[in-house]
Design a binder for this molecule. Structure first.
Ligand code: PEP
Ligand code: MG
Length: 563
């Protein structure tokens, strides 16, 4: 990392806050990746040794990851095992050997081999492109080994620290010990990056897509605010003490309240969890929630080249319904495309996948896919005590919602909804609500489409800020239209995870909130501290604000005033 060191009293750095809460501590930065020296000419006589060095580097990385996987458990072990297998892929070693035989030295041959694999993933786009970071991490480790340098990875300053990095790779994030790492700050990454996801799972405050993070030097004390998305270098002792007191208050408040969500005056707000990959199931089921508000079924099949049949799908869904017996599970049908391409459902040649055939639109091109899924959901729901609801992603017009509702009901699924993720759907939410039983607002995509800002780009995070008054206006219209038809309207995008914004959403008329399991306790405590009328007043303030920052500030100030 480069950049001029920051001086005391400087303004805070701003990025995307993730995970909520605050934490302070000295900065420790990730060991930088090795720099490749100038290429060395490899004489014919040296070829066997150079090939052996390249292969040995890959084997060492694979062994190291396997050893670390054996020492870890749960998700960390899975991630490390998967990475170790990637490093052990014989195709990678063969490719590196081929590069050496063309005259490259081992470090350059390794870099070339990884570059070839990364290009393939990048071309596949979306989820696969995000995996390029995994390959780059493996490359750095292998190249470091071939150069005789220590492998890059997590720092170990011998005391708790705030981890600062360009971005985090899964091999690092999987090993993070929340007892040592107090907070995460990354220059790159976005709201859906590994860092962001991990921070929420571990309950660590994090700020991602934070320009200027590179200027933070080792040992600099920082105060990280995952709610506001700020990183303050050299904070005063008073600031740190105030943040720690606030953090303690937050923890106590969260621990005090449990059970169904409600405001201080008893207005019910259903609190549910978002569920994606299967390994999240046990933590999600263990969380104090009223069910699953968003079951992202496409996460089960991201690496599949052929569509799962009804039997395979219903077995997967049944596991979830059983884990949530007696509770609600809102199954979202496959949201294939854009940032989550499914090889068996997504065209690879669309010039602009976010505006292409994704979500429910996939069903027009391949009606059998949706029909099989609905049959599988109905089959899995049969005989469980879970209250199974089903909803479609990326609905744009009422006719799509109607067709979906009719198709789902033909399969015996009784409670059918539409996601509101496209501004057109929000503007005509009343018409959607006429043909559906409920609406669920996906604020991540609704922001992307309302602001014409790619949600994968950290550099556009300001536009994607869920406090944007224009986004809140679309939420208001949707909630009011739903209420007029007597339909529940939930929010299942990342906005629902913010305890302060949750008050505003409820004030706008939202009836349920669904978020990562680790975020629910804070949201519940926040709701319990305000009456519905206070939430409405906060919503009015947010809507009247000029921009996202002032909406947040005004609501924070007013909320502090009524606490
Ligand atoms: C959303 O868009 O807000 C949403 C919940 O769906 P996803 O993030 O899976 O696209
Ligand atoms: Mg979405």
């Amino acid at each position: 990392m480069t950049g001029a060191p920051r001086t005391a009293g400087a303004a805070p750095l701003h990025g995307i806050g993730v995970g909520g809460g605050t934490a302070s501590g000295p900065v420790a930065r990730m060991a930088p990746p090795p720099a490749l020296p100038a290429p060395r000419t490899v004489a014919d006589a040296e070829l066997p040794a150079e090939v052996a060095a390249a292969r040995a580097a890959l084997a060492a990385v694979a062994d190291d990851l396997a050893r670390r996987a054996a020492a870890a458990d749960g998700e960390a072990a899975d991630v490390l095992t998967a990475l170790g297998m990637m490093a052990a892929d014989p195709a990678l070693a063969d490719s590196a050997e081929a590069q050496v035989r063309e005259g490259q030295d081992a470090p350059h041959a390794l870099a070339e081999a990884f570059a070839g694999f990364a290009a393939t993933l990048r071309a596949a786009g979306g989820y696969f492109a995000e995996r390029v970071a995994d390959l780059e991490d493996l490359r750095d480790r292998a190249v470091a080994h071939a150069l005789g340098l220590p492998m890059p990875g997590l720092p170990d300053p011998g005391h708790p620290y705030v981890l600062v990095a360009a971005d985090l790779a899964p091999a690092d994030t999987a090993l993070l010990d929340p007892a040592r790492v107090r907070a995460l700050v990354t220059e790159e990454g976005g709201p859906t990056s590994h860092t962001a996801i991990l921070a929420k799972i571990l309950g660590l405050p994090a700020v991602v897509a934070c320009p200027g993070a590179a200027s933070l030097t080792d040992g600099t004390p920082v105060l990280v605010d995952g709610g506001a998305g700020t990183v303050l270098a050299d904070p005063s002792a008073e600031r740190v003490a105030a943040a720690a007191a606030e953090e303690e208050r937050r923890r106590r408040a969260a621990a005090r309240v449990g059970g169904p969500g409600r405001t201080a005056d008893g207005h019910p707000v259903r609190l549910m969890v978002n569920l994606g990959a299967p390994h999240e199931l046990s933590a999600a089921a263990a969380a104090d929630s009223e069910g699953v508000g968003l079951f992202r079924t496409e996460f089960l099949y991201l690496d599949r080249t052929t569509a799962p049949d009804a039997e395979e799908q219903s077995a997967a869904y049944r596991q979830v319904f059983e884990a949530f017996a007696g509770r609600r599970v809102v199954v979202r049908t496959l949201d294939a495309g854009a940032d989550k391409p499914l090889p068996f459902a997504t065209a690879a040649d669309e010039p602009n996948p976010a505006l292409g055939v994704r979500g429910l639109r996939t069903a027009v091109r391949d009606p059998g896919l949706l029909d099989t899924q609905l049959a599988a959901v109905a089959e899995a729901a049969h005989g469980t005590t879970a209250d199974v609801w089903v909803m479609a992603p990326m609905v744009s017009v009422p006719a799509e919602a109607l067709a979906f509702a009719e198709q789902a009901r033909e399969h015996g699924l009784r409670t059918v909804g539409a996601m509101v993720e496209v501004p057109a759907a929000a503007l005509r939410a009343g018409r959607l609500a006429e043909v559906c039983d409920f609406l669920s607002i996906g604020t991540n995509d609704l922001a992307q489409y309302a602001f014409a800002a790619d949600r994968m780009l950290g550099s556009l995070a300001g536009l994607l800020d869920p406090w944007q008054p224009a986004l809140l206006e679309l939420v208001r219209q949707t909630a009011e239209a739903g209420a007029a038809q007597g339909r529940p309207v939930g929010v299942c995008g990342e906005a629902a995870a913010d305890p302060l914004l949750a008050l505003v959403l409820v004030g706008l008329g939202v009836t349920s909130l669904s978020a990562a399991p680790g975020c629910l306790a804070d949201v519940r405590a926040s709701l319990a501290s305000r009456t519905l009328e206070e939430c409405r007043e906060l919503a009015r303030l947010a809507l009247a604000a000029l921009d996202a920052a002032s909406a947040r500030t005004r609501v924070a100030e007013a909320s502090a005033g009524t606490a």
